[in-house]
Design a protein around this ligand. Structure first.
Ligand code: PEP
Length: 253
């Protein structure tokens, strides 16, 4: 199955609009030269429009870090899929920081996934276990539960991307071992096959996220079952991010 590698850069709550424009301007010429890898960047909401203009006619995709599941109304401070759809190809749903700091549960995530898919925005659904669950031998069970309950009654998941991001590896500098990640990728693909059939399981792209940098990226990107990376901290450093994208190209995943 030919799954195009995807390297996604989640900038989180970093960069002013000016800094976002300057980071994209710095990276774009080099990113444009790298073929056969899809690159997507996820700046803060306020930078989406200016970055969209910079990326026009480029091969780099744009995404949002979050969205609300309602289309419009009295939800002060929120942004809907309707507002994002003219700017974004992707939206990150269920990032562990949203789950831990903003009380997002699988039910809310399910509503967001539905709205994103209805709007034609590809969700990147994030899943990940805590250190306690990993140490108790519950990582596979946790991921399978999160996946099944987030997808709920969604009839099809064509084009959806799933990011496996163990919570203990995010922003900690402690990246998960590639063998550990592959085991979880197998669980995810098996669960998708149960829910949506083998074709869906073979075509869905699975990313690893958690302290990926330009030194360790190749360990993941060389594995058959890992189709790319969701990168936080290292996506804010032009040379690091470009280095990761180059490795996705070299390993030819
Ligand atoms: C993330 O925020 O999704 C992430 C993986 O962060 P970091 O690469 O900094 O661990």
């Amino acid at each position: 199955m030919n799954r195009k590698p995807l390297i996604a850069g989640n900038w989180k709550m970093n960069t002013t609009t000016g800094e976002a424009v300057s980071l994209v301007t710095q990276m774009l010429p080099e990113l444009e030269r790298i073929k056969d890898v899809e690159v997507a960047i996820f700046p803060p909401f306020v930078s989406l429009a200016p970055v969209y203009d910079l990326l026009a006619y480029s091969s780099v995709s744009l995404g949002a870090q979050n969205m609300h599941y309602e289309e419009k109304g009295a939800y002060t401070g929120e942004i809907s899929a309707l507002m994002l759809k003219s700017l974004c190809k992707y939206v990150i749903i269920g990032h562990s920081e949203r789950r831990q700091l903003f009380g997002e549960n699988n039910e809310i995530i399910n509503k967001k996934l539905k709205k994103a898919l209805q709007a034609g925005i590809t969700p990147i659904l994030c899943l990940g276990e805590t250190l306690e669950h990993r140490q108790a031998g519950l990582a596979e069970e946790t991921i399978s539960y999160q996946l099944k309950s987030s997808l709920g009654d969604i009839p099809g998941i064509e084009y959806t991307v799933i990011a496996y991001e163990p919570i203990w590896a995010i922003g900690s500098g402690i990246n998960a071992g590639a063998d550990e990640v592959c085991q979880i990728m197998d669980v995810i693909r098996k669960t998708i096959a149960e829910l949506y059939g083998k074709a869906a399981a073979n075509s869905i792209r699975l990313l690893y996220g958690g302290s990926v940098n330009n030194i360790n990226a190749g360990e993941y990107l060389s594995r058959e079952s890992i189709d790319g990376a969701l990168v936080g901290g290292a996506s804010l450093k032009a040379d690091q991010f470009i280095g990761i994208v180059r490795q996705a190209c070299q390993t030819g995943i």
